[in-house]
Design a protein around this ligand. Sequence first.
Ligand code: TXA
Ligand code: MG
Length: 334
Amino acid sequence: MNCQIGNDVSHAAQLLRSGKLVGFATETVYGLGANAFDERAVAGIFEAKERPTFDPLIVHLATIDQLPLVARSIPEAVSPLIEKFWPGPLTLIFPKTPAVPDLVTAGLDSVAVRIPSHPLALELLKLADVPIAAPSANRFGCVSPTTALHVAEQLGDRIDYILDGGPCAVGLESTIVSLLDAQPTVLRLGGLEIEKLEQTIGHVEIKIAGSDPGNSASETSPQLAPGMLLRHYAPRTPLVVKDSLSAPDLADGDALLLSRPGLFSIENHLCEILSMTGDLKECAAGFFSALRRLDALDPKRILAEWFPNEGLGRALNDRLMRAAATTSADSRHV
Ligand code: TXA
Ligand code: MG
């Protein structure tokens, strides 16, 4: 049986306070929330998503005042980032307080924290009045949800309510930055562009597990951002990504995912065009939805082109790379 979808934010907050699981809109992707201090509720997240417990969760707050509840100390260097980018698509890593269960952090001594900017998410977090642990509300390894319906499709029979805040404006998960060491390090490319981070805090290192095939692609090697598996965000259909597509690349039964109208897109009905102008914000906002729609048509393959490797294009390329990775060829999800 599918759970209710609605916009009753007080009901959703009450459910969270009583240890239930609630899917909710944020500006990045939909999250699957539970009271971060309630270990049983958090265990329910892992169960519903079929997520391995080595993959830590992000804790969501309503206000900066709540930060000391979960962060043991706040490195001075994070202040400019908090001031500039919270609320918003930025997750920061802090040393954790003992109040944060090990299950939330997968046994790490650090915790990932973010304040989302979606007004409904903020309202929910305020009313719940406890930190909310929330991964993306999809089954593990699958395409991230950017509408309430996406959540219902994958998790509707396993959770208690879905708070519908419309389609996500950013469309990609938050950028994760660690300032635990002197050198700011990006652990996941996401909805906040690296260029914007660097304008605020200068040069940042990018250390992303699985992004360098010669290095940490192994899913068993120690990971900088645990859970950043090489194969992730994956449709059921094989995805092939090229520098540039031309007519001879296309075989019968192939679908196309294009950042802008292409030469042969018009005649091909199995085609999603993310933006009429190739605008990367628009491409990001529609990316996961388009991937789902094409996947649902059950084509032989989905063909895509790499995005320009700048701004949100970098995060989009990271998602394409992981969605196309074939390390577990039979990891099809039902
Ligand atoms: O935009 C987002 O961040 C969304 C929305 C719902 O807020 N959430 C999200 O959560 O993408 P999830 O579970 O899909 O990604 C969590 C990732 C983990 O896989 C891991 O890579 C990283 O956050 N992470 C969590 N805790 C960490 C920690 N203590 N140190 C390093 N990385 C951590
Ligand atoms: Mg996720």
